[in-house]
Design a protein around this ligand. Structure first.
Ligand SMILES: Nc1ncnc2c1ncn2[C@@H]1O[C@H](COP(=O)(O)OP(=O)(O)OP(=O)(O)O)[C@@H](O)[C@H]1O
Ligand SMILES: CCCCCCCCCCCCC/C=C/[C@@H](O)[C@H](CO)NC(=O)CCCCC
Ligand SMILES: [Ca+2]
Length: 509
């Protein structure tokens, strides 16, 4: 894990600590200290008024003490807050320690002091408010972070508030308590506002996005929590809160999705047609089931085994380091992200937009069970390695995974490989390409009067299905699953634009 400050305190032997061996030294990096509190040993209270049980021997021999709260790394990327209390003989020395530590903490400019928090009370198992109040708010208070908390009242509340009303200048960051859908709302609010303030036209596929200056922290309280899991390494509210407090940051690719040169949505994780589109469309009708809706709809969609015909065109990323079949994984301070990200640096036009960019577009026609574009690994508790394990968070590319029509048995083998050590791409009917941008046109696309799937989908489905030459009751259209939201069009163009343009909370070590 990269830390901006590597100054550390090695507490010396003349200070005696409560935990473990007495008289030993204890090293804590300043960047991992959350707070320091002086203890009033005589009265047995801390300066924040909370009671603390003091060992009798310590209070007699060492009358002055202070407590340091710091990040302790636990198992599997989990972080916890730990306390260690130091005792000493002289009050002046004790105060000097406390003051010096406070000065060092104040000097850490990457740490947030004021946060704007949005809680979705209906995400995941509807535990957002409880998770925030019980697990996160006490840590923010401990770290002297002031917060303004908004519990959302309807879908898109957070997006619209961020886009128009929020006084963003007052804050060092925004926090999202919810799942991927809630994070997507925040991305749309912040990115749209930044583009509007800077006069960037979102509808133009060639325009480069202006990066957002505010970071988004994610407290996971959703059903999939893929963005949190893929950046932090785990979906654990306390771990995320601690990453936010210490000011960790991770750049993230943002793709814009267009239809007929009109902007539709941004995507940061999965853009999936076919299997994942159908799972989402079915699961939206079963929100009442909570996170289990994905298992139910996943199983049902697997059994229906629909394939979709169409044309995928893509611009391979030829000017970068790394491939989707690499064994290495994107981690904090990733070299590949740094190297490839420079291709997007402010003073350079992205190379792939130049006419001499070698490679050019490739076109693949076929029948697909799934077309997945993963801009990050999409790791989540269901699939800890994700849809594309070697994808990078901030390299300006997307991994395009094409799963052609195959037997149910083979598709099941492919799906199950997402949950095991075996390579899900090492199958004859699967191909994966690292791309700069891609387009999809369904076979029965009516290019001029494009399809609005929500309104006309059913009517067109029955009409086209009758004429569908290869029809074995596979509908002509699926839906696009864009970070957990259904897109209203089947024909789309996807562009990773303006990377690195926003920060999420953090990526695990
Ligand atoms: N107060 C609210 N009432 C109804 N819907 C809301 C409210 N606040 C936010 N939403 C919407 O709820 C949707 C789902 O929320 P969220 O992403 O937090 O949980 P999830 O869908 O269970 O998790 P995941 O996206 O990780 O699968 C989001 O698309 C968001 O727009
Ligand atoms: C029959 C056994 C099959 C086992 C297969 C496991 C494969 C799991 C891969 C999981 C990929 C998740 C991709 C993440 C997508 C998110 O942007 C989105 C919003 O939260 N979630 C879904 O669409 C929810 C998607 C849920 C899919 C099941
Ligand atoms: Ca990427």
């Amino acid at each position: 894990m990269h830390h901006p400050f590597k100054v550390g305190f090695c507490f010396p032997k003349f200070l005696r600590r409560d935990k473990g061996e007495s008289g030993t030294s204890h090293g804590v990096s300043v960047s991992e200290i959350l707070a320091v509190r002086e203890l009033d040993v005589d009265s047995g209270t801390k300066d924040d008024g909370r009671w603390q049980k003091m060992p009798q021997k310590s209070t007699e021999a060492y009358p002055y003490a202070f407590t340091v709260s710091y990040v302790e790394r636990a198992w599997q990327h989990r972080w916890r807050c730990s306390d260690v209390t130091f005792h000493c003989l002289e009050g002046a020395l004790c105060q000097q320690w406390v003051q010096t530590i406070r000065e060092q903490l104040t000097a850490l400019t990457s740490r947030p002091k004021h946060l704007l928090v949005y809680i979705n009370p209906y995400g995941g198992k509807q535990q957002g408010e409880r998770i925030y109040e019980q697990k996160v708010a006490p840590l923010f208070t401990l770290a002297s972070i002031s917060t303004h908390v908004i519990v959302t009242e309807h879908a898109n509340h957070a997006r619209d508030h961020l886009r128009t009303e929020a006084e963003l200048k007052k804050y060092d960051g925004v926090v999202c308590v919810g799942g991927d859908g809630m994070f997507s709302e925040m991305v749309h609010g912040l990115v749209s506002r930044t583009q509007r303030d800077n006069g960037v036209d979102q509808n133009s596929p060639e325009e480069k996005l202006v990066p957002c200056t505010l970071r988004i922290g994610i407290i996971p309280a959703g059903s999939t929590d893929c963005i949190c899991y893929a950046t932090v390494g785990i979906n654990d509210p306390v771990t995320s809160a601690l990453h936010i407090i210490v000011g960790d940051a991770q750049a993230m690719d943002v793709c814009s999705v267009h239809h007929n040169n009109t902007f539709l949505r941004y995507s940061v994780s999965l853009l999936g047609y076919g299997f994942y589109g159908d799972v989402l469309a079915d699961s939206e009708r079963k929100r009442w089931m909570g996170p289990a809706r994905y298992d139910f709809s996943g199983f049902k969609t697997f059994l229906t085994h629909h394939y979709y015909e169409g044309t995928v065109s893509f611009l391979p990323a030829t000017d970068i380091l790394g491939t989707p079949r690499d064994k290495t994984r994107c981690r904090a301070g990733c070299f590949i992200c740094q190297h490839n990200g420079q291709l997007y640096s402010e003073d350079h036009q992205p190379l792939f937009l130049l006419p001499e960019y070698k490679g050019g577009w490739r076109v693949i026609r076929g029948k697909f069970l799934a077309i997945n574009a993963a801009s990050m690994s999409c790791a989540c508790p269901r699939s800890p390695k994700g849809l594309s394990p070697a994808a990078h968070l901030a390299d300006g590319t997307t991994d395009l995974i094409l799963v052609r029509k195959c037997s149910r048995f083979n598709f099941l083998r492919h799906l199950l490989r997402h949950t095991s050590k075996y390579d899900q791409f090492d199958m004859t009917f699967v191909e994966v390409h690292r791309v700069r941008r891609f387009r999809f046109t369904p076979r029965y696309c009516q290019s001029d009067s494009e399809l609005d799937l929500r309104e006309n989908g059913k009517k067109l489905f029955s009409q086209i299905c009758r004429d569908h030459p290869a029809c074995s009751c596979s509908p002509a259209y699926s839906s696009w699953n864009c970070d957990g939201e259904i897109l209203p069009h089947a024909a789309i163009e996807n562009l990773p634009v303006g990377q690195p343009s926003l920060h999420s909370s953090v990526k695990g070590t």
